[in-house]
Design a protein around this ligand. Structure first.
Ligand SMILES: [Zn+2]
Length: 81
């Protein structure tokens, strides 16, 4: 399981800025491109914006919403008194 890809350089991207402001597009040592999360540093395939957004929203330990903070009582769920 050799996973020794290294970031050679950070590229510019014109892909969806709303998503890519959270990621760097990186050129890796095997001359393929990967996305690197600016928040947690995780590197993942840059195939689809959807995958990146999913990371930000659900998997990133830094940017994903924390359930314990800011009581999520508004909107969904039954409001018991
Ligand atoms: Zn992340």
């Amino acid at each position: 399981m050799a996973c020794n890809d290294e970031v050679v350089m950070v590229l510019e991207t014109k892909r969806n800025p709303a998503i890519w402001k959270r990621f760097d597009l990186c050129l890796m040592s095997h001359s393929h491109e990967m996305a690197r999360c600016k928040a947690c540093g995780k590197v993942m395939k840059a195939t689809t914006n959807y995958m990146l957004k999913k990371h930000t929203d659900r998997h990133c330990p830094v940017t994903k919403p924390k359930k314990n903070e800011m009581g999520e009582g508004s909107g969904t769920g039954s409001s018991k008194v």
